[in-house]
Ligand binder design. Structure first.
Ligand SMILES: Cc1ncc(COP(=O)(O)O)c(C=O)c1O
Length: 397
C-alpha cells in the first residue's frame, strides 16, 4: 500500500509498526523498537495495557455510543473524579486536545458575556506555545508557520513574550481581555517549564483583573511530570479552566475541558456540544486510565523513574558536551536541547532502535510510558548514550 490517497500533511516515517506492548513496538519486518514517543505523550500506560484492553473490550460488548443527548454514567463518574482531584467543578469531554482547548476558549468568552461584558473577548497566549491545529487554536498560539496560508488572523488573539511582565500586566488589565492560556510545561515549543513564580504572579493578576487563567495541560498533565497535573507542583496556582487530553485516554482519543463553577457559569444548554465527545467507549478506557494514574503510589513511582532517567541523562550530557546543550522539561516530559540538528539525532536514535520526538528550539523529547520498569529505563539510557556516541563520531569525521 502507499500513502498516495492520504492528505499530504505529514512526513510519515518508516517503519510500519504493527504491534506493541509496554514501551516496545514491533514492525512488520519483525524489528523491535523502544518507544519514547508514546503516541506523543499519550500512551502513558504503554501499548496494549491489559487493564485498558479489558475496559475497552468489556464496554465494546455492552454499548459504544448514544451521543450527548442521553446520560452517560461514565462521564458522570470520571467528571466527579477529575473534580475531586483538581480545582474543577465542571467537565466537558471532547475527542482531542485541540477540542478541549477550543472549549476553554469559548467558555472564557461566554464567562464575560454572561456577566454583561461581551466586549471582553481577547485571549492571550505565551510565546512558544502550542495549543493544537484547529483554526482557533492556531490563532491562539500564534505560531506563524502554522498560520501561513490560512487567511486572515482571527481577531481576539495575541501572543505575549513569556519574560515580559510589564507587557503581561498591561495586557491583563485591558478592558477587552478575557483570558490568558498557558502550558505550565511547554511541550512542542521546547519542553520549557514556566517558572513557578510566574504562575503565582499570573494567578494573582488574573484574579485582580477578573481575567480567566486557562492552563493547557494536554501534554504535561495526567501524571507526565510526576504530579497528576503539572501546576499541582505549586500551591496557590490553580487555574479557572484547564484543557486535558492525550494520557487521559491512555491512547484512546479523549480530552476534557475542566472549569470552576464560576468560570463555567456562561456555558448553558446549547452553548457548546459534541457528537462523540465522552462516549461510552472513551469513558470506559479513560476512567480506567485515570484510576491507575491518579493513584499517589503510581505517581511516586513516576517521580522515582523520572529522577533516575534525568540523572542518567545529565551524566550522558556531561560525557557528550558537543551533542547535548541543555536538559529541560519536568518529570517524564524530558527535553534535550541539542547542538546537532534534532532531525539527524532522531534518525540516529532510530538506528539504535530508540524512538524519540522532536520539538521547537532544536530539542528532542523523551516521552516514555509512565510505567516503564527500571530495566527499561536503563535500556533507554543505553540507547540514548549510543546515539550520542554515534553523533559525536559523525561530528568528528
Ligand atoms: C499542549 C498541547 N495542547 C494541545 C494539543 C492538541 O492536541 P490534539 O493533537 O489532541 O488536538 C497538543 C498536542 O500535541 C499539545 O501538546
Amino acid at each position: 500500500m502507499s500513502q498516495r490517497h492520504l492528505l499530504n500533511v505529514y512526513n510519515r516515517a518508516e517503519p510500519n509498526f504493527v504491534r506493541g506492548y509496554g514501551p516496545w513496538l514491533h514492525t512488520d519486518a519483525g524489528e523491535v523498537y523502544l518507544d519514547c514517543v508514546s503516541g506523543i505523550a499519550t500512551n502513558a500506560l504503554g501499548h496494549a495495557n491489559p487493564a485498558l484492553r479489558a475496559a475497552l473490550a468489556t464496554q465494546a460488548d455492552k454499548l459504544w455510543h448514544v451521543s450527548n443527548m442521553f446520560r452517560i454514567e461514565g462521564q458522570e463518574r470520571l467528571a466527579a473524579k477529575l473534580a475531586a482531584s483538581t480545582f474543577a467543578d465542571r467537565v466537558f469531554f471532547t475527542n482531542s486536545g485541540a477540542e478541549a482547548v477550543e472549549c476553554a476558549l469559548k467558555l472564557a468568552r461566554r464567562y464575560h458575556y454572561a456577566r454583561g461584558r461581551p466586549e471582553r473577548t481577547v485571549i492571550y497566549s505565551l510565546s512558544g506555545a502550542f495549543h493544537g491545529r484547529t483554526y482557533a487554536t492556531i490563532n491562539a498560539a500564534g505560531n506563524p508557520s502554522y498560520l501561513e496560508g490560512f487567511g486572515e488572523r482571527l481577531p481576539g488573539y495575541a501572543v505575549l513574550a513569556a519574560h515580559d511582565r510589564v507587557a503581561m500586566a498591561e495586557a491583563l488589565s485591558r478592558p477587552d481581555t478575557a483570558a490568558i492560556i498557558v502550558e505550565p510545561v511547554q511541550g512542542e515549543g521546547g519542553a520549557r517549564e514556566v517558572p513557578r513564580a510566574l504562575l503565582r504572579w499570573l494567578r494573582r493578576e488574573c484574579t485582580r483583573s477578573d481575567v480567566l487563567l486557562i492552563y493547557d495541560e494536554v501534554q504535561c498533565g495526567m501524571g507526565r511530570t510526576g504530579r497528576l497535573f503539572a501546576h499541582q507542583w505549586q500551591r496557590g496556582c490553580d487555574p479557572d479552566v484547564m484543557a486535558v487530553a492525550k494520557a487521559l485516554g491512555g491512547g484512546f482519543p479523549v480530552g476534557a475541558c475542566l472549569a470552576s463553577e464560576r468560570a463555567a457559569a456562561g456555558m448553558v444548554p446549547g452553548s457548546h456540544g459534541s457528537t462523540f465527545g465522552g462516549n461510552h467507549l472513551a469513558m470506559a478506557v479513560a476512567e480506567t486510565a485515570f484510576d491507575v494514574i491518579a493513584d499517589e503510589a503510581f505517581l511516586e513511582t513516576v517521580r522515582a523513574t523520572a529522577d533516575f532517567l534525568r540523572e542518567g541523562l545529565a551524566e550522558i550530557a556531561g560525557r557528550h558536551p558537543h551533542v547535548v546543550r541543555d536538559l529541560r522539561g519536568k518529570g517524564m516530559l524530558v527535553g534535550l536541547a541539542l547542538y546537532p540538528n534534532n532531525r539527524e539525532f532522531m534518525a540516529c536514535a532510530k538506528a539504535q532502535k530508540l524512538l524519540v520526538a522532536g520539538g521547537g528550539d532544536n530539542i528532542v523529547r523523551l516521552l516514555p510510558p509512565l510505567n516503564v520498569s527500571r530495566a527499561e529505563a536503563e535500556e533507554i539510557l543505553r540507547r540514548f548514550e549510543a546515539t550520542c556516541a554515534a553523533m559525536t563520531m559523525a561530528q568528528a569525521s
